[in-house]
Design a protein around this ligand. Sequence first.
Ligand code: KIV
Length: 272
Amino acid sequence: MSIHKKEIKRVTTHVLQEMKRNGEKIAMITAYDFTTAKIVDAAGIDVILVGDSASNVMAGHETTLPITLDQMIYHAQSVIRGVDRALVVVDLPFGSYQGNSKEALNSAIRIMKESGAHAVKLEGGREVKESIERILTAGIPVMGHLGLTPQSIYKFGTYTVRAKEEDEALRLVEDAQILEKSGCFAIVMEKIPAALAKKVSETIHIPTIGIGAGGGTDGQVLVYHDMVGLTKEFSPRFLRRYLNLFDDIKGAVENYIGDVKSRDFPNESESY
Ligand code: KIV
């Protein structure tokens, strides 16, 4: 008897770079748990980001700052168990890489060793260059993140569009080139003008993944909870909601409560 296991071509960092060369857009979404990872992987997503946005949407914190390295590893372990095809990238959380490059390397190694993830992401430009290079010495792929960097929210004070002024835009272009030269395999660009994101995407050779950065990037990323409407309060203009799960689930739970109270549930066919 032969067992035919279906061949699945996994997405690797090289596949993403090939996609950029071929002009094929990259689709990325966040996931923080096994069940969601299974669904988005089955749908054919290219990249799953175990984002530190888990701090907001899973734990209810106001910012991404409180989530710990241990908590990120727990989320990443759950996601990895649900994935057959997608590339899984895990955010290095605030405080796990800014101290020095050795700390950054140790944090990245813990994520890779304890979760089985495929790459890490960190926020910042030239100021994290040394850390990126050190992480790469261990053979760990690194994704960069420029523009709105939520871990620095208290430095900027707002979540408004970044790099609208010429000097900041110029600095962002330079930072993207520095990240590429340092060895990043891709860069997330968050909430920056579409024209600037397009210019960066045409200037560098590694893929750019935009969120609130227009259609000129090589790929797009959305936070799963926002995209399926599990969150209600967060409505930036870049967000396209494909479902309204908050209302749908609330309605279903209201129906269930009603059925229990009225003794309609369970009925005879639902009993032993
Ligand atoms: O943590 C996250 O979800 C992110 C995306 C917004 C890119 O970094």
